[in-house]
Design a binder for this molecule. Structure first.
Ligand code: MN3
Length: 199
């Protein structure tokens, strides 16, 4: 079964003005779609074609002969996860058990905000900033290019795409402004809390 491009979980205009329909149209309809097509072409007629995407990503991670499958497969997974990390009128401070864990493991929401923003803005070149569960504790990490917590035994809870294609149409070179808008207006904390609850 080929991997399919999932529909966005909201209308393409729903995240405006913080993320435009133009950005989402290119990002989902061109970039994400290209990763899906590339992945399907690379695994076609191989034993990997019938295996679940997450399993393939973990299997080929670190295998130099399958770097194309890893890069495209991880980008498919990362983008599907990223769309679900956002919602209209999102952002702000989480609550409940998730907030308690942020306070216990990361020094509180204000420190989380600064540390996540620092991870996102200091990722040199293309990549992703993450909130993950690692060894039973919340951690903030960043990965380069397509790399993903799935390949490192971590559970992804939240991510922000910091490839230029994620923000350049709306923010040009101002990545810090994009990351602030993501945290203040777009994060779907209900999705993050569900990821933590089932981890
Ligand atoms: Mn992207």
């Amino acid at each position: 079964m080929p991997v399919e491009l999932p529909p966005l979980p909201y209308d393409a205009k729903a995240l405006e003005p913080h993320m435009s329909a133009n950005t989402l149209g290119f990002h989902h309809g061109k970039h994400h779609a290209a990763y899906v097509n590339n992945y399907n072409n690379l695994v076609k007629d191989t034993p990997l074609a019938d295996r679940p995407l997450e399993e393939v990503i973990k299997t080929v991670a670190g295998d130099a002969s399958k770097v194309g499958i890893f890069n495209n497969g991880a980008q498919v997974w990362n983008h599907t996860f990223f769309w679900n990390c956002m919602k209209p009128a999102g952002g702000g401070t989480p609550s409940g058990a998730l907030l308690e864990r942020i306070e216990a493991d990361l020094g509180g929401y204000a420190k989380f905000f600064e540390d996540f923003k620092t991870a996102a803005t200091t990722q040199f070149g293309s990549g992703w900033a993450w909130l993950v569960l690692d060894g039973g504790k919340l951690k903030i990490t960043k990965t380069a290019n397509a790399d993903t917590p799935l390949a490192h035994g971590q559970t992804a809870l939240l991510t922000c795409d910091v490839w230029e294609h994620a923000y350049y149409l709306d923010y040009q070179n101002r990545r810090p402004d994009f990351v602030s808008a993501f945290l203040e207006h777009l994060v779907n904390w209900d999705f993050v809390a569900r990821n933590l609850a089932k981890a």
